[in-house]
Write a protein of this length. Structure first.
Length: 108
């Protein structure tokens, strides 16, 4: 019985060794496309000077992005809304009970 056990152990060992060797097959060499994809954006790459650079933003695009931004150099030149005069404000609040001048209003 011990010979059958040692034979089955030897067979299991041989099968596991054969399976591990097929899994550890020699890796394939990477293609140029794979290498280029890996090196994309790396300044040390040989192809870095030939890369496609994004287009620069135009002044109109920059101005549109900075519209209303206080840090923009054009902020001081922005069109400002017109301010209401005191007469316009008082006319709008004439019949407003919350207005401080409501008690001084003329009788209807």
């Amino acid at each position: 019985m011990s010979s059958k056990l040692s034979l089955s152990l030897a067979t299991a060992l041989a099968l596991s060794i054969a399976a591990s060797r097929t899994v550890q097959a020699a890796p394939t060499e990477p293609t140029n496309a794979e290498i280029d994809a890996t090196e994309q954006g790396i300044p040390a790459s040989i192809d870095y000077p030939n890369r496609m650079t994004p287009p620069r933003a135009t002044n109109d695009e920059i101005d549109a992005a900075e519209k209303g931004l206080p840090a923009s150099t054009d902020y001081q030149n922005r069109p400002t809304p017109s301010r209401s005069t005191n007469d316009e404000i008082n006319a709008a609040e004439r019949w407003n009970p919350d207005s401080p001048d409501y008690k001084d209003r003329p009788a209807p």
